[in-house]
Write a protein that binds this ligand. Structure first.
Ligand code: MG
Length: 449
């Protein structure tokens, strides 16, 4: 773990941890890292502290000689899309994604829109901490431009979908943007595609007064109540920067992220054959789908940056994570909750199938995701578990933590890098076995076997 950058860029509470001085210094460090020339695209989510922080970061960038295109309030995937579109040298997003409203942060991007690699983040961090900034002069100071990236993004989406069938579908969608950056994009895009939109919390106030930006069980209780009464064809909730989308059934049940990913991957492969990339933490259903289409599945460590990197390396068609993040490398080199929603609706329209019917067509598996608190050396404990299982003759995959393969499923044990927590995910095709595998891992970790 770096001194400034964590798993999701630099993040903290405003103004104690992340403030204007920090943002200015970060802008200047990134500008210096880029050699004091070139173009950087910038944007932010809806947080109240966002305007001040983005302005400060832009000041740092232009003072180091960088020209900036300011997209204003836009979802992270649109900044990523815009970087590639404008052939930028890099990108900067002021966002704290799913964190509570008092948080904010800065995420840096490569010129192609992908998250900046860990190695490059280390260099920016060093410039930031040691003040090794490039020279400034009145002649080289950068300029700031505006650009309507939304129009370009909508155009790119239209080129990729069957808009005609969507327009004639008569589908209704319930959208909960949670006051995040998607408020100004997803409802409008869906309406452009002829979808009837009912939206709640889609005004982007930045206070997150209705719910916290993380689209999880705890924060979606209100939405769960409304769903049953409105019975839309699809219900979607997004996080603060709209790179993730979570879907609900009309019963109010939240659909597991890797199931929606599987559904999208299947639809994507029907359009174009090619390898898919996912992490060790996602469902075996992805392997079933790949087999059906005769393509390969690459499984990486957990993290959208690793998945995106692998997609680029092997020329993959689609990538995704168990948390519901889906990556369409042809459009955006990162998770895109907006296009994920569009694709699901397109699949429903083309096949004339209800969302739940499409889910039911996927092979059935049972999953259990738990976490336990563990003080002390978590990595060592996970390794001890791995060795013990190998001694018992089970196959163990160490791509990320320890994934033990059983006859009817698997269990994945991973130590968190930031919290005193170990996550235990399990899956089986036989109901009940997922709990058995999960219990087995937990009883070892808690020292009961
Ligand atoms: Mg996010």
């Amino acid at each position: 773990m770096g001194k400034i950058f964590g798993t999701f860029g630099a993040r903290g509470v405003y103004p104690e941890e992340i403030n204007e001085e920090f943002a200015y210094r970060m802008g200047r460090a990134f500008g210096s890292f880029l050699g004091g020339e070139g173009l950087v695209v910038a944007g932010r989510d809806t947080r109240r502290s966002g305007q001040a922080l983005l302005n400060a970061a832009i000041a740092g960038l232009v003072s180091s000689g960088i020209d900036v295109v300011n997209f204003g309030i836009v979802p992270t995937p649109l900044v990523q899309f815009g970087a590639r579109k404008l052939k930028a040298s890099g990108g900067l997003v002021v966002t704290a994604s799913h964190n509570p409203p008092q948080y904010n942060g800065i995420k840096l991007l490569e010129g192609n829109g992908m998250g900046l690699s860990r190695e490059k983040e280390r260099i920016v961090e060093e410039i930031f901490l040691e003040g090794k900034f490039g020279n400034r002069s009145w002649k080289s100071a950068g300029r700031v431009f505006g650009f309507d990236v939304k129009v370009e993004y909508f155009r790119a989406v239209m080129e990729r979908v069957n808009a005609e069938v969507m327009r004639g579908s008569g589908l209704t969608v319930l959208v909960d943007e949670g006051e995040g950056a998607g408020s100004f994009v997803l409802p409008e895009l869906l309406e452009t595609l002829g979808i009837k939109v009912i939206s709640i919390n889609s005004h982007g106030s930045g206070f997150f007064s209705a719910r916290n930006p993380e689209p999880n069980e705890e924060n979606l209780r209100d939405l769960q109540k409304i769903v049953g009464a409105l019975k839309p064809d699809l219900t979607v909730a997004q996080d603060g920067d709209a790179d993730r989308a979570v879907f609900l059934k009309n019963s109010g049940e939240i659909v597991q992220g890797d199931k929606t990913f599987a559904l999208v991957a299947k639809f994507e492969l029907e359009k174009k054959r090619g390898p898919i990339v996912t992490t060790v933490a996602t469902s075996d259903v992805l392997d079933d789908i790949a087999r059906e289409f005769g393509v390969e599945v690459y499984r990486t460590k957990v993290g959208d940056l690793v998945v995106t990197g692998k997609l680029l390396e092997i020329g993959g068609v689609v990538g995704g994570e168990e948390n519901g993040g889906v990556i369409f490398p042809d459009l955006v080199l990162g998770r895109d909750g907006i296009f994920t929603t569009v694709r699901i609706l397109e699949a429903m329209a083309e096949r004339r199938r209800a969302f739940e019917e499409l889910l039911d067509e996927l092979p059935k598996t049972y999953q259990l995701k738990r976490k336990i608190r563990v003080e002390g050396d978590r990595k060592r404990l996970v390794e001890e578990f791995a060795r013990k299982m190998e001694e018992r003759g089970f196959e163990v995959d160490r791509t990320d933590g320890a994934k033990v393969r059983f006859k009817d499923g698997w269990v994945l044990v991973r130590a968190s890098g930031t919290e005193p927590i170990i996550r235990i995910f399990s899956e089986s095709r036989v109901e009940g076995k997922e709990k058995e595998y999960n219990d087995l891992a937990i009883s070892f970790l808690e020292g009961r076997s």
